[in-house]
Design a protein around this ligand. Sequence first.
Ligand SMILES: Cc1ncc(COP(=O)(O)O)c(C=O)c1O
Length: 477
Amino acid sequence: MDRDALQLSREEMRSLGYRIVDLLVDHFADGERHSTGRSPGREELEDQLREALPEDGTDPHAVLDQVEQDVLPNTMRVDHPRFFGFVPSPNNFIGVLADALASGFNVFSGTWISGAAAAQVELVVIDWLRELCGLPDTAAGLFTSGGSMANVTGLAAARYAVLDDDTDGAVAYCSDQTHTSVDRALRLLGFSPDQLRRLPSDDQFRLDPTALTDAIAADRAEGRRPFCVIANAGTTNTGAVDPLPALADVTDAEDLWLHVDGAYGAPAVVCERGRERLTGLDRADSLTMDPHKWLFQPFEIGGVLVRDERHLRRAFRMGAEYLEDAVGEDDEVNFSGYGIQLTRSFRALKLWMTLKVFGRKHVAEAVRRGFERAEQAERLFRERPGWAVVTPAQMGILTFRCVPEGATEAEVDALNGRLAPAISEEGTAFVTKTTLDDRPVLRFCPINPRTTADDVRETVQALTDLARDHYSPGAPS
Ligand SMILES: Cc1ncc(COP(=O)(O)O)c(C=O)c1O
């Protein structure tokens, strides 16, 4: 075979490809038999993986051996049924194969002329999401690398629509629970950190409309230019949903843009439980929702919808001589004109194939399970002495804390700080902690539809056992 053309023979491609398919099938079919993965230190990985740039080629099967032995086992399996940390990403096999097709055919999804059907598929899937969220048909959107980029895109539309891109004296508002990608987005868009007001959240970790109104009035009185409110539809910390209808009333009355960060939570509109929790989503001027979080897609696919397509298009319009052929007819959408990327992969394919293969019904059921597993964990912790629920299960997230009888606050904090790494090291499950009201709490996010009731029960039991091992009354903490 012509190695100078970077070619493999048909047989080589097949045997390597089949081996990779087998690896993936094992990963999906026997997921629960494997561990949740490892996160070794730098030194260990330097030893394993550091080498000089190879001058000569290696047998592809030997390279795959190394991927199997040294690379994949040394990553966390964020799609493992007992991975409950951060935001798990329980992808699905259809999405994985769709990604293989999208990169295999290397479909260019930036312009209609090079990827007409890809653009059409993206239009269709974006429209499905728009309908689920109840946004009007003036809305448009696109798939991005993730929620961070979706937030940048939505806020760029806000900057254009409300401020005509003049950031001077402008102010945006959000709660102190808002994801830091919003701070970064505004920074990238030319706002200084003091142009974002992170207002203290209420006792349920939500943005308070009264505090918001007061902050807007105070800024106006000082001659500043309020322009945007960023609301959460499912915070990363607790799953809290800000009071969207009341916040939309404020933004309507004050003539401000309402950007909703539903990167984590908004995909739950696919099911009845989610729709109930997300009332008011249809009032967003822009909305982030990430299929690589709770719509079971492999990385990377975030998404953003903008209520008025013209704001999105105008915020990103550009012309270049070498793209003149790519302009096309008016109804032929060039997605590169809706966001930051010109060269874009065919991300829409995986979500389109997933929704077609399983149907909304089964995807909705998969999301509903996440709600139920979190509620199951809440019930189990409430039944057990020595545990306290900090925020109830909402949008698939529970926060809780171990509070042994008689323990001081310092002992409780030290114990809870230790439990998350302890259960992960032990290997039963992967759980992370977070901080609420300046105190460490454990956080449990069981949105993987392959997580069973036993997985939840055994994890609660393992945490209880570990708490006993790690706490002895009166011991120095
Ligand atoms: C609420 C929220 N917004 C934004 C983001 C950033 O998304 P991404 O990591 O896909 O860039 C996250 C990530 O967890 C999130 O939970």
